[in-house]
Design a binder for this molecule. Structure first.
Ligand SMILES: Nc1ncnc2c1ncn2[C@@H]1O[C@H](COP(=O)(O)OP(=O)(O)O)[C@@H](O)[C@H]1O
Ligand SMILES: N[C@@H](CCC(=O)OP(=O)(O)O)C(=O)O
Length: 268
């Protein structure tokens, strides 16, 4: 699958359910492994952009909270605590393998305005040219557009936006399940994994349900939306399990993992 093996610029998105234990505390072993593998991919000549969730989840863990507060301002404040911890950890782990990270926090309006969009595109280009790994999250402490509902924001869609902004060759979404199934496997034991999707249709969208845990936000539905945004920009998208970050090496060696969403006309 040359779309994957030959991808040079790769956006990798990791969800809260992959980064944390049920307590909300960081799964350090997994996060360290993920950072090491991303450094390995960077060393082989790829350019990696990491889109990370976890600010709210990690903030809750750090503050000893077990239930998502209803109030938006509480969640914004918790995210501010968690984002700090997340970046401290990424800086440390990537630094151990001699790589520099940069924090980029985005809101929807940034990419809707031509001037701020160009600014952030320039920032990404400059970071990547310098071999720096951008670590991106939604700017949860200032974003209010997506806070009205229960969802705090949607980093799946954000990752697709980042893939288009950076003109990436591939988007990889790491989650707590190994791809898109014919229905939510947590509810349907007969659900079967779908290895390839060539062009996202309404039937495919209808298969994808909501989050599988209290820590996840958008479920498979937002991942399919993200894949659609990426595919519309000509960028293939893989949704796969983040449980064993070393699987990324297999992916780039050509092993078929998770679900690969390919734009129509990009079948080989
Ligand atoms: N058709 C489907 N195929 C696979 N997973 C699905 C499907 N429908 C709903 N899901 C749920 O989506 C969850 C992954 O999304 P989410 O919990 O938001 O994780 P993350 O934190 O990685 O974004 C899975 O654990 C699963 O329960
Ligand atoms: N920006 C939020 C993440 C929102 C989100 O989409 O979470 P997830 O479903 O775990 O990818 C945070 O950092 O907590």
């Amino acid at each position: 699958m040359s779309h994957i093996t030959q991808a040079k610029r790769v956006v990798v998105k990791v969800g809260t359910s992959t980064l944390t234990y049920e307590t909300g505390r960081l799964n350090l072993r997994r996060v360290e492994e993920l950072c090491k593998v991303l450094c390995g991919l960077q060393n082989e000549g790829r350019e990696v952009v990491l889109v990370t969730s976890g600010a709210v989840g990690v903030g809750m863990g750090k503050l000893g909270l077990h239930k998502h507060p209803e109030e938006i301002e509480q969640r914004q404040a918790i995210a501010a605590v968690g984002q700090c911890e997340l970046m401290f950890m990424y800086d440390k782990f990537f630094g151990e393998y001699n790589h520099t990270v940069a924090q980029v926090l985005l809101t929807k309006d940034v990419v809707q305005d031509t001037v701020t969009k160009r600014n952030v595109e320039n920032t990404f280009q400059t970071l990547l040219q310098r071999g720096i790994i951008p670590v991106v999250n939604e700017n949860d402490s200032v974003a209010t557009d997506e806070l009205a509902g229960k969802n705090f924001g949607d980093n799946d869609t954000l990752s697709a936006t980042v893939a288009t902004l950076t003109e990436a060759d591939l988007l990889v979404i790491l989650t707590d399940i190994d791809g898109l199934y014919s229905s939510d496997p947590r509810k349907d034991p007969k659900a079967q994994r779908i290895p390839y999707v060539y062009g996202i249709t309404d039937e495919i969208r209808a298969l994808a349900g909501g989050a599988g845990s209290d820590r996840g936000t958008g479920g498979m539905a937002t991942k399919v939306t993200a894949a659609c945004i990426a595919n519309d920009a000509g960028i293939p998208c893989v949704v796969m399990s983040g449980a064993n970050p070393r699987d990324l090496y297999d992916l780039f060696d050509g092993v078929v993992l998770g679900t690969t969403f390919l734009p129509l006309g990009a079948e080989n």
